[in-house]
Write a new protein. Sequence first.
Length: 201
Amino acid sequence: MSNDGTPDDQIGEALLIRVVQDQMMNITTGGNVRLPLLPEVQPLHNLQHQKLLDQLALSVKVIGDQLNNEQNFNHQIDGLARLGDKKIFSKLVEGVFDDGQINWGRIIVLFFAVGKLAVKMVLANLPEVFSEILDSCLDFFRTKLLAWIRNMGGWISSISALTQFSIERITASYIRFEHLIAFVCGIMLGSAIVWKLSRSS
C-alpha cells in the first residue's frame, strides 16, 4: 500500500526522540543528574507530515498516561531498569514482541517504555546505558519495524487502526508476571485524531 511519499523513517525517529524528550521533562535537575544530549532528527518540512507527527505524539502521551496507571507495566519497567546494563532493550523487545507479531499498539508501547527506561538510566547516572537503549531502539525501528509500517501504508494508517483498539494484553515469557501490559486506547481518542487530521487536510 502506498504511503503517498510520507517520510515514515523520519517520522518514526522523530516520534521516538519526542517521546524520550517528553519523559525527560519530568526529571528534576539537580545534584549529579545531567540530562544527556539526544540525537538530532531531520526536520519535517511538509506541514501535513508535521501535523501527523504531532498527532502521533499526542496518541503516545494519552496511551502512556493510561499505561502509567497499570501496576504490572510499572513493575516490568522497574525490573528492567534494575538490570542497569545493555541487555535492557533486548529484554524489552523479547517481552513486547514475544510471539514475533508486530502491530501498532506494540510499537507505541515499545516507544513509551523506551522513554521511561531512558529516564531511569539518566536518574541512575548511567549515560552509556541511556545511549545504548536509544540507539538500539532506533536501529530496531529501522531494521525491524519500518518495513512493516510501510507495508501497512505508513504512519498515517496507525491513526485509523488506533480507533479499533480496546485492550491488548501482551504475554511476557521472560518474567514471572502473568501479563506484560494492559494496552488501552479508547475509540474516542482515535476518532478525535482522525477528525483533526481530516479538518487539517
